[in-house]
Design a protein around this ligand. Sequence first.
Ligand code: ADP
Length: 191
Amino acid sequence: MRLIIMGPPGAGKGTQAKFIAEHFKIPAISTGDIFRANVTKGTPLGLEAKRYMDAGDYVPDEVTNLMVRNRIDEPDAEPGFLLDGYPRTLSQVEELDGMIKFTGHQLDAVVVLTVDQDEIVSRLLQRAQVEGRADDTEDVIRRRQELYTEQTEPLIEVYRDRGLLVEVDGMGEVDDVTRRVFAALDVIPQS
Ligand code: ADP
């Protein structure tokens, strides 16, 4: 099973990704989490990524693509994976296509969580108090939303054209969203 979960910053991708990944017994691979882990450890990748993340900008494609390529080459991702936060640009879509094709597999579905942008800003500001993420200030959140609209939202049409899109209402309680995600995914044949 090879899945992608998409949605604007704060849509709850990470939360839902965990449930989906558990269900299908595949790793949830979050590019944001991998970058943050590298920032914490102070690796060269972390130092490079931090400059962009703190401003709400996208980390350059070459850096992100290589990191994802290495991650999905790990043995635990052999049966499949759920990508959270990747691809985010059209060029990343192409890269991912190449990576998956190389292994002789295919993408099964792209889950998109739809949410209300204003609601999201308050959700993220709340999360800032709990988790203290450096990029959860109002200015940076707006920048992330802007980039999402410009660069990532167009990917929805690409995957819709391929017949892979599964749109799910991401508003409301976590449990309700999870139920909707599963209801929507059950109609997809497993591989
Ligand atoms: P969000 O809640 O904003 O979607 P993430 O945890 O997914 O946050 O990502 C945090 C930051 O990590 C992004 O704002 C960006 O700087 C960087 N990042 C994550 N994934 C990618 C990607 N696929 N391409 C470029 N940058 C990325």
